[in-house]
Design a protein around this ligand. Sequence first.
Ligand SMILES: [Zn+2]
Length: 454
Amino acid sequence: MGINFRIRDFSYPFSILRLKRIFDKNQWLSKEALDDFRLSRLKQVISQAYENVPYYRKIMMERDITPDDISTLGDLKNIPFLTKTLLRTNFASLLAHNAKSYKPVMLSTSGTGGRKISFYVDKPSNILEFVYYWRLWGWAGYRLGDPCAELCAEYFTFFKKKTTALHHFHYPSRRLLINSLYISRRYLDDFIGIFRRFKPLFLKGLPSNMYMLALLLNERPGHGISFKGIFSQGENLMPHQRELIESVFSSKVYDSYGHMERTVAISNCPAGSYHIHMDYGMVELEDPEIPMVNQGGGEPDVKEIVGTSLYNLSMPLIRYRTGDLVKLAPCEEKCSCRRVFPKIVAIIGRDTDVIITPDGRAVTAIYTVFDRMPGIVMGQIIQDRRDRLVVKIVNEFGKLNRVDEILKGHLRSFVGTGMDIKIEHTTADGIKGDSPGKFKVVVSLIPREDILDS
Ligand SMILES: [Zn+2]
């Protein structure tokens, strides 16, 4: 995701510019005016679903609902949730009869531990994606054409001849691609040289890659590499990662969160809050299907995001249970940036990346154990069985006797004594492996369906 300057994005520049103008205005609208905008988009999606999508035609007729019955945003609740299992089992009937006219492309995603799902995105949702990131980057002062750097591996692993290259500069888009698979002490001087030569103003990447680069550069005071804005996406950004990245590069980090199905977008604003971009997708916050453990006193304030496409007309997903969990503030106050979009406190991640204890409790913030142990520079918690955690750590101080014991103690304060905990000391490569894909601090290998069935 992100502003990737693909040729196909430029094949409809007027649509992009038109939506960008609307998006720039939307953020400053009153709540009522923004709701009017959302309702007009929603009505278009519901009409399309009723007229052309067999799955929705059937369930709306069964409930005696027509598009005219959706006259307020709240009326959406009359349509039942679409779970990932329903998406998988009704895939063909969720595709619109007239999908072709929206230039659909099929995408697949396999959530860690979850089962693979496929869906279509189309031209209107590609325009949306581009405009969303353009607006977000604009919050950091980005103007189209500004030089930016991106830590990535996909480009280098895709083109076989480039596998060992440290960087590639794409002149038309002024985008410097940095091969994240080589971020290490050995190549640090080369990377410093590359950054100094191309002078990118912005940096984009996965939090774990940016954190690794920041850790290495932190040992080189006076490295002189700084940015106007940093954009993290694709993984959960941990508080200690944000702190180090911001300090090493003298720049604010704008973290953003979304998914390939494109029903929800959440990002940091210049004031540092997380906002739900309400004009991107229709978002409802519902109680999670898996009950959450009360971790901070008071009522648990963790909600699951339920998203509805506002742009994808080839396969509109309506009231789609994303499995993405967010933490809400006890009382909502307006952000000092004055944008209309509602705030959340934190993104927790997917419910597949929540640890479920043998006695059926869901534990969400277990990764904070690493913050209590300064010697651990990187860690990953994997639940491979209902009663076992495998915890991989990179320990700066080497394998000291008491590290395992203290860490186990912290972990037990979350999961109790019924869980077997196995600690493995490894290197950063040992944790990330050769995979250029996402890194997750908490990984559950137990399929979500199995958790819900048990
Ligand atoms: Zn704000």
